[in-house]
Design a protein around this ligand. Structure first.
Ligand SMILES: Cc1cc2nc3c(=O)[nH]c(=O)nc-3n(C[C@H](O)[C@H](O)[C@H](O)COP(=O)(O)OP(=O)(O)OC[C@H]3O[C@@H](n4cnc5c(N)ncnc54)[C@H](O)[C@@H]3O)c2cc1C
Length: 402
């Protein structure tokens, strides 16, 4: 760790390391290592969530009153770095990271009591119903309709690219509740309490990497109580934008990026099988790796500032767009270096070796098994959570005033 840690911080880091040593079983570590991209292997992530919850550590960014750790910025960062360094599984965090902060800010006291403790405990999991066919970057044009019928909304329409809709049990969803006025003015933010509600159909979309992570979700007269609306009717756009700041900036990218640098360096330190040397000794490669590391360090400074703001109750604001752009671009740069290393060592592509519990011998050395799947999976990093072009538009408007 490059931070100058105070004696208290060092003691905290040691406590985290002891906890990880004692609680991170080999199979959880395998799941973390083999699915180390953005999307966690769901069941391992949930098991890890519950273990963290028993220790009171499942919600590092939440205030204590809602079951969070109450940690300061440095403690959160130390925790994230230590978890990434030992391949702890990533938690499916749309509840903790996205809708949780939204409920804290806009929810009624009943909604807070109903959802927040269950999210912290990992008893309920959410997926995100924002994007629709034709309404991704232009999100405000969304067409999924919700019409009031007694105490319910009746929802019809479709959402697409819904990560984890096949495993999550709840959804937070943007729906059109008025057709008049500007498109932004007719949107409401509602929660659906079960993905098994009659009328919901989830169809898988298998991605380039061969993973089933995203889906298209269809709504055919799906009922959800009006009491599940967060914020006033037709004011969902404000709620939606608040959530997006947390989606982009509520978590540090750099702990994962440092772990990926470690992977690439490990790859490049290998001796080639034909005795022709190590990739790390190629000056061009070593220079590109060093440049990527410098970029991670620069991003780390921004992230520490944002984490510090968050721990003082300030939301991330437009700087989360800058973090998203830099974090995703550096990740793809490291993936490029990793795949370049596989090519240099003539390692074949054996995607099945990444399956959990796969014990067959592989031609690919262990260090290279996840490199190519992660490269493919992370192609999406510059698209989801709002494409990087859209983030640049936000910076141009909100930061540069253009
Ligand atoms: C792996 C993955 C997981 C996802 N998970 C979820 C999820 O869980 N929930 C959810 O709701 N959504 C999810 N999404 C959807 C994601 O948010 C959208 O794909 C994204 O917002 C882009 O929208 P689009 O796909 O409709 O592309 P489009 O909006 O059609 O954009 C196509 C291209 O045009 C560019 N472009 C569009 N408008 C502008 C503009 N004004 N200025 C400059 N360039 C522009 C874009 O940057 C992009 O390159 C996920 C996407 C992926 C790939």
């Amino acid at each position: 760790m490059d931070l100058a840690l105070s004696p208290q911080d060092q003691a905290f880091r040691d406590e985290v390391r002891r906890f990880l040593d004692d609680n991170l079983s080999d199979d959880l570590r395998e799941a973390g290592r083999k699915t180390g991209g953005v999307f966690a292997e769901f069941s391992a992530g949930l098991r890890w969530h519950k273990i963290l919850h028993r220790r009171g550590w499942s919600a590092p960014t939440w205030p204590k009153e809602h079951g969070g750790t109450g940690w300061n910025a440095t403690e959160r960062y130390i925790f994230a770095r230590e978890c990434a360094a030992v391949d702890a599984p990533r938690i499916f965090s749309m509840g903790l990271r996205m809708v949780g902060p939204v409920i804290m800010k806009f929810g009624t006291s009943e909604q807070k009591a109903k959802y927040l403790p269950a999210i912290v405990a990992g008893d309920i999991t959410f997926c995100q119903g924002y994007s629709e066919p034709g309404s991704g970057s232009d999100l405000a044009s969304l067409k999924t309709r919700a019409v009031r019928d007694g105490d319910d909304y009746v929802i019809n329409g479709t959402k697409i690219w819904t990560t984890g809709a096949h495993v999550a049990d709840h959804m937070f969803c943007l729906v059109r509740t008025a057709a008049e006025g500007k498109p932004q003015e007719g949107i409401s933010f509602v929660l659906i309490d079960s993905m098994k509600t009659p009328g919901i159909t989830v169809k898988p979309i298998v991605t380039l990497a061969g993973d089933h992570e995203v889906n298209q979700v269809f709504f055919d007269n799906v009922r959800t109580p009006v009491a599940n609306r967060i914020g006033p009717e037709n004011a969902g756009w404000t709620v939606a934008k608040y959530l997006l700041e947390f989606e982009r900036g509520g978590e540090a990218y750099t702990p994962n990026l440092y772990a990926r640098i470690g992977d690439v360096r490990r790859l490049a330190r290998e001796e080639a099988a034909d005795g022709s040397g190590r990739l790390l000794d190629e000056p061009g490669f070593a220079q590109r790796l060093a440049e990527a590391e410098l970029e991670v360090q620069a991003l780390e400074m921004i992230e520490l500032q944002v984490l510090s703001d968050l721990s003082r109750g300030k939301n991330p604001g437009a700087v989360s767009s800058a973090m998203k752009i830099r974090g995703s671009e550096i990740l793809q740069k490291l993936d490029d270096l990793g795949v370049g290393a596989l090519a240099w060592y003539d390692a074949p592509f054996e995607p099945e070796a990444r399956m959990l519990g796969h014990n067959e011998p592989t031609v690919t050395p262990e260090w290279g098994i996840t490199t190519m799947p992660l490269y493919l999976n992370n192609r999406a990093a510059t698209i989801y959570a709002g494409s990087n072009e859209i983030q640049r538009n936000i910076i141009a408007k909100a930061v540069l005033g253009l």
